[in-house]
Design a protein around this ligand. Structure first.
Ligand SMILES: Cc1cc2nc3c(=O)[nH]c(=O)nc-3n(C[C@H](O)[C@H](O)[C@H](O)COP(=O)(O)OP(=O)(O)OC[C@H]3O[C@@H](n4cnc5c(N)ncnc54)[C@H](O)[C@@H]3O)c2cc1C
Length: 471
């Protein structure tokens, strides 16, 4: 059992995350493919909420889930699939599992993914158009990447949030912001050296280029936030937010300075917190980083937005001593971080130095903990709308479902990788490995059986279950 002895005990455990662990985004995609079961009934008729999370998924996604079940039947099968992965054409991989994890290869496909998510009560996305090149060995056109990233605000996030608002399905402040994930190691040539040498005059030009690239994208966010605020003045949280992803430890000192520069420039004391930086709570210094950012922002008269993650590089970190000694220590640090930020934000949500929080985790206990603290802290709309839960697309859908349907959560988004198919394979392979990490008792054959049961019910017209009422 997980232990949070110093923290509030959970009243009720959520299901253990089935599809979890790790993030290491690469450019990822899918191509459009016709769902093999498109003639079947669609789920959740008349707004009735299904009791089983599988019932909330489209036929296409269910088909992909069945495929995941089949490849995780047992370890030898999974290992064989992983070995064969590099030889299998991308279109085949994409057909069988791509739709679960990737938002699309074009803005139109990605908006369609957003629309599908909103049918499940997930009303916005954290978009990532990313390419990893921390070692600087790939020949990436950075200008193109910056342009595509900036354009995705206008082409995807803006139409999506306007559709959400105009549909009138949710109150305007119940719709989470659209986030744009910026991966520092993808936004400049030779990124590792640039980040390592952030305070070395010999690297000043390249360091400036990285800062300028992030600022260029965030200027677009700033402009569009002002534009939409003029149209919807009742909005209490940003419509769009720039999020700086965290990298491995050695690069993080540069990343902290980068995100601080953006906080100073774009998070004005009387405005939206439209830049969010990431803190990895598996680091022993995690809590100190939060307090340092808070102190510096107070002195500098700007606001700080934080995305709290546990941290994705535990297996590749050369200096293990910087990370908490045990998983339990990381868990306690993570929930302590959540509590600290929420306490601060709840006191004066419009002006607090810590102005926005993203709880980015697949851990059911942490998500429930954040939800409980949020519910018991304050009913202020500015407070509530500036706290958002986030998970990767295709990961822990059972936890997401439980939060939305049994805990009335509206402040939830999925991290959606999208873009042309160049690096999709690597991203999908990692998701598959993590997913089947695994071959746990809720993957494999039980998953296949449950998917088949949902299909059977849809084909033969059995009504979807109704054990949960719409809040
Ligand atoms: C929306 C989103 C955005 C993300 N962005 C980033 C990012 O920018 N940078 C980044 O680094 N990661 C990022 N991640 C990944 C994140 O850091 C975690 O790796 C991942 O979410 C798994 O942790 P968890 O909170 O879901 O929970 P769990 O599955 O409960 O925790 C697993 C995590 O616990 C920690 N852990 C495991 N074993 C030990 C141990 N023995 N000792 C100490 N700690 C241990 C590790 O951090 C491990 O990843 C993101 C995740 C999400 C959902």
């Amino acid at each position: 059992m997980r232990q949070f002895s110093s923290l509030r005990p959970l009243s009720r455990s959520l299901p253990v995350s089935r599809l979890s662990r790790g993030i290491n985004t690469t450019r990822a995609t899918k191509t459009t493919l016709v769902p093999p079961v498109s003639s079947l009934h669609t789920p959740t008729p008349n707004g009735v909420k299904p009791a089983n999370y599988l019932e909330s998924l489209s036929n296409r996604i269910l088909f992909n889930y069945a495929c995941i079940g089949l490849v995780t039947l047992n370890k030898p099968i999974l290992n064989l699939v992983i070995k064969a992965f590099p030889l299998v054409p991308m279109s085949v991989i994409d057909f069988f599992i791509g739709k679960i994890y990737c938002g699309g290869s074009t803005p139109e496909q990605t908006i369609a993914t957003g629309t599908e998510l909103s049918k499940r009560g997930i009303n916005n996305m954290m978009l990532s158009y990313t390419v990893e090149d921390a070692e600087g060995i790939k020949n990436i056109n950075i200008d193109d990447l910056v342009k595509q990233t900036a354009d995705s605000i206008d082409n995807i996030l803006k139409p999506h949030i306007i559709n959400q608002i105009e549909s009138g399905k949710e109150a305007i402040n119940d719709i989470p912001p659209g986030y744009l994930a910026l991966k520092p190691s993808a936004l400049v040539a030779d990124p590792a050296n640039v980040l390592l040498n952030y305070n070395n005059p010999a690297w000043a030009d390249k360091w400036q280029t990285l800062n300028d690239d992030c600022a260029k994208i965030t200027e677009q966010i700033d402009r569009l936030n002002n534009e939409l605020l003029a149209k919807y003045p009742q909005r209490k949280s940003p419509f769009f937010v720039s999020v700086i992803d965290a990298e491995k430890y050695a690069l993080q000192q540069g990343v902290y300075v980068l995100q601080r520069n953006l906080f100073k420039r774009f998070n004005r004391p009387d405005g939206f917190t439209q830049v969010v930086g990431t803190v990895q709570m598996y680091l022993k210094q995690g809590m100190d980083i939060i307090k340092l950012e808070e102190k510096l922002a107070k002195e500098g008269n700007y606001r700080v937005g934080l995305k709290l993650v546990r941290g994705a590089y535990i297996h590749s970190e050369p200096d293990r001593s910087v990370i908490h000694d045990t998983k339990e220590d990381t868990d306690v640090a993570y929930n302590t971080g959540i509590k600290y930020v929420l306490d601060s934000l709840s006191k004066d949500p419009t002006h607090s130095v810590l102005g926005h929080l993203v709880v980015a985790s697949h851990n059911a206990d942490s998500q429930k903990y954040a939800t409980d603290v949020l519910a018991s802290s304050s009913n202020d709309v500015t407070f509530k709308s500036n706290v958002v839960l986030g998970q990767l697309l295709g990961m822990c859908d059972d936890v997401t479902f439980e939060l939305i349907n049994n805990h009335g959560v509206k402040n939830i988004i999925k991290y959606v990788p999208w873009g042309p198919p160049i690096e999709t394979k690597d991203y999908l392979l990692r998701r598959l490995q993590e997913n089947g990490d695994a071959v746990r008792n809720d993957n494999g054959w039980p998953l296949v059986k449950n998917v088949l049961k949902v299909f059977k019910d849809r084909v033969f017209g059995k009504p979807q279950t109704v054990s949960v009422t719409t809040k």
